[in-house]
Every structure is written in structure tokens, then in C-alpha cells.
Ligand binder design. Structure first.
Ligand SMILES: C[S@@+](CC[C@H](N)C(=O)[O-])C[C@H]1O[C@@H](n2cnc3c(N)ncnc32)[C@H](O)[C@@H]1O
Length: 138
């Protein structure tokens, strides 16, 4: 993914890549107009395993990367991202109806001082339950 982003950046001026596992790699004085993300789509291992028809014991690793325990990383992300978002900027996250609905995120977005601008079903991956959620400043 990072390699593809670097290749793409050859065709676009002024791309800066921050590489890290959390938002801490991004300097606090930076502000962005568009922030995209594809976070884990399930809030617990049981629901991910059930949605995907996987056995918990045999697929522990894959389930681990698909799960954001009780949405803790989402909650933390929304709180931190507010500082990195320009006034009219927006965050676009890819989510999955198999693990959530937009309503699961509304309160945590509000608690972070942000609002949901809109949600939209994926055109290409609607059959897989993919949807998008756009978040911006209140
Ligand atoms: C739906 S996958 C998306 C992978 C990749 N970003 C993409 O779009 O193809 C979710 C990713 O979030 C990562 N992840 C899980 N918990 C995380 C956390 N607390 N902080 C950051 N990333 C996390 C997982 O390892 C997994 O790679």
C-alpha cells in the first residue's frame, strides 16, 4: 500500500508520507483537507468470526487484525483526528455493515467534537456490505 502511494506520488505534487502505526507520527502542526482510512470493521472477535464463517481458534491472527476491540481505536482516532483536520476538511472511513452501522459511530464522533457529514453505500462492494462514513467539524 505504501509503495503504491509512493508510486502515485510521482504524478502528484507535494505529497508527504508519514509512516507509522498511529497518528503520533503526524506532526501536530499539520492540517489536512482529506483523511481516508480503512479501520478494522468489527468490534469483537465473535462477531467477526460469525460474519466471515471463521473458526476463532484456527483464525486467531486474521481475526485480531479485523477487530477493533469495542471500537476503542475508532474512539481514539476521532478524538485525535480533530486537531489534524482543516476547517472544511473531512475524514472518509470505509466500514462494513457486517460489523457496524453508521449509528454505532454517531455518539463517539459527537463526543470528539465532530459530526457525521454523510454516509454512503459502496457502489463497487455493496454486496460485501461496504459503506463509507464522512466526518467533519461541527
Ligand atoms: C480493514 S484492514 C485495512 C488494511 C489496509 N489499511 C487497507 O486498506 O487495505 C484494518 C487494518 O487496521 C489495522 N489495525 C488494527 N487495529 C489497529 C489499531 N489499534 N491502530 C492502527 N491500526 C490498527 C489492522 O492491522 C488492519 O491492517
Amino acid at each position: 500500500m505504501l509503495e503504491r502511494t509512493k508510486q502515485y506520488s510521482k504524478y502528484v505534487d507535494n505529497i508527504t508520507i508519514y509512516e507509522g502505526n498511529t497518528l503520533e507520527c503526524v506532526p501536530n502542526n499539520q492540517q489536512f483537507n482529506l483523511i481516508v482510512g480503512n479501520p478494522p470493521h468489527w468490534k469483537d472477535v465473535e462477531s467477526a468470526a460469525s460474519s466471515l464463517g471463521l473458526d476463532i481458534m484456527h483464525h486467531a491472527h486474521i481475526l485480531e487484525i479485523l477487530v477493533d476491540d469495542n471500537w476503542s481505536a475508532h474512539r481514539d482516532f476521532f478524538k485525535r483526528i480533530k486537531l489534524l483536520l482543516s476547517n472544511n476538511g473531512s475524514v472518509l472511513l470505509q466500514e462494513n455493515y457486517a460489523g457496524s452501522s453508521p449509528e454505532d459511530f454517531r455518539q463517539m464522533v459527537d463526543d470528539a467534537g465532530l459530526k457525521i457529514n454523510f454516509t454512503a453505500d459502496s457502489r463497487m462492494y455493496a454486496d460485501k456490505g461496504i459503506y463509507y462514513i464522512s466526518v467533519g467539524h461541527k
